[in-house]
Design a protein around this ligand. Structure first.
Ligand SMILES: NC(=O)c1ccc[n+]([C@@H]2O[C@H](COP(=O)([O-])OP(=O)(O)OC[C@H]3O[C@@H](n4cnc5c(N)ncnc54)[C@H](O)[C@@H]3O)[C@@H](O)[C@H]2O)c1
Length: 369
């Protein structure tokens, strides 16, 4: 079988983990690694017996790769991807695709000019439970979706975690907190399941639980063009955390709680009951619908295999760069609403977001230069 020659840029904590997943992908061959930290790159290169580079330009000149996986801190996803496209390579970036929408758009422009494949590592999309949930939403079984409530607070992080890298949880080094580092997976799933809202209001608390510059608690309220509403709550400071996605629809309530699906289906349409019932306080009969347990397993290997297949057979990656921009925009919209202290409309003004972020970058206590 023809294999994609993949090089890694960034071989820190997650880079090392993704290398293991990529190496067992049936159509991927790890051919080089690159990290600006010589000791880190050397150790990984030695472990996997592949050539080592200390900056991505040298890797791109080597002729050893067809595509690059970027697992650096987030701001560099943009710079390395743009350079990779310009050098004629396909790109898969770790999440978040970029720090902000304007950077994401720059990456898409570079991809378009290069006519190369662009994938993003959102491995939660491979979970059978998430796929089943989406299928149910699309089946029409639920009737109109009225309201969404997602609490995802299973992202507890300690001060030690934030202190483990000087770039972490700073405006200059990372560009955001829980919206940019921990819950981009759920923001991506949110837009995949429900599409994009047209209005967002959010309250983001900066350093509420930790000694950090960025947000570690977010409460947001969203409205969609079709009338449905949503609340999305996330935090890195809670225990025990909750991961419960509840969808209120015309035929009952669908819940995905820690990967377990339950559906309480009303015997008839709730809107009809509201409009036509002769009672004032009706007890609404329901059926408990058993949904065969779908595994909640996730596979980064599958993301790599689909990306390699996209390159080798001119297909689409599991999650494309353009698709990944939606979840990024959603998180940016929440942050922007909180900064401006008002409701924001989508699509957001990418330049305004970048300007507001850069004001905070100027005040950032992380200043490596
Ligand atoms: N998909 C997931 O579930 C998942 C999980 C954790 C982290 N991540 C993502 O992985 C990325 C890296 O996070 P991490 O926890 O591995 O951080 P880390 O600090 O452990 O590793 C980052 C590495 O990148 C290197 N680096 C920095 N700039 C570079 C550059 N320009 N060129 C080459 N190497 C460079 C650093 O020296 C470091 O070794 C982040 O964007 C994060 O969001 C994804």
């Amino acid at each position: 079988m023809k294999k994609l020659r993949l090089g890694f840029v960034g071989t820190g904590g997650m880079g090392k983990a993704h290398i293991q997943s990529a190496k067992v992908a049936k159509n991927v061959e790890l051919t080089a690694v690159c990290d600006i930290r010589k000791d880190v790159a050397d150790a990984v290169g030695k472990e996997h017996n592949v050539p080592v580079f200390y900056n991505h330009h040298d890797l791109f000149k080597s002729g050893l790769i067809d595509a690059v996986m970027i697992v650096t801190p987030h701001y560099a996803h943009t710079t390395v991807a743009i350079d990779a496209f310009a050098a004629g390579y396909h790109v898969i970036s770790d999440k978040p695709v970029a720090v902000h929408k304007a950077d994401g758009m720059r990456m898409l422009e570079a991809q378009k000019a290069a006519a190369k494949k662009f994938g993003v590592m959102f491995q939660l999309r491979t979970s059978p439970a998430n796929q089943k949930f989406k299928k149910l939403l699309e089946s029409g079984e639920l009737g109109e979706i009225k309201r969404i409530n997602w609490i995802v607070t299973t992202w507890l992080r300690t001060q030690k975690y934030f202190d483990s890298g000087d770039w972490r949880a700073s405006w200059r080094g990372e560009g955001g907190g829980v919206l940019l580092n921990q819950c981009p997976h759920q923001l991506d799933l949110f837009q995949w399941f429900f599409g994009m809202p047209n209005k967002v209001t959010a309250f983001c608390h900066l350093g509420k639980y930790h000694d950090i510059e960025v947000e570690d608690e977010v409460t947001s309220y969203m409205e969609f063009q079709d009338g449905k509403t949503a609340v999305f709550i996330t935090s890195t400071g809670e225990a025990p955390g909750t991961n419960r996605l509840e969808v209120v629809c015309d035929r009952g309530r669908l819940v995905l709680d820690e990967g377990v699906l339950t559906f309480k289906r009303t015997e008839s349409s709730v809107s009809e009951i509201i409009a036509k019932s002769s009672e004032t306080f009706p007890a609404v009969p329901i059926w408990d619908v058993t949904i065969p347990t779908a595994s909640n397993d996730i596979s980064a290997t599958e993301v790599f295999e689909k990306f390699a297949n996209a390159v080798l057979n001119d297909q689409e990656p599991l999650v494309s760069g353009a698709d990944a921009l939606n979840g990024l925009e959603l998180g940016n919209a929440m942050m922007l609403s909180s900064w401006l202290k008002k409701e924001v409309e989508l699509p957001i003004d990418a330049e305004l977001y970048e300007r507001e972020l850069m004001k905070l970058v100027k005040t950032s206590r992380y200043n490596p230069a």
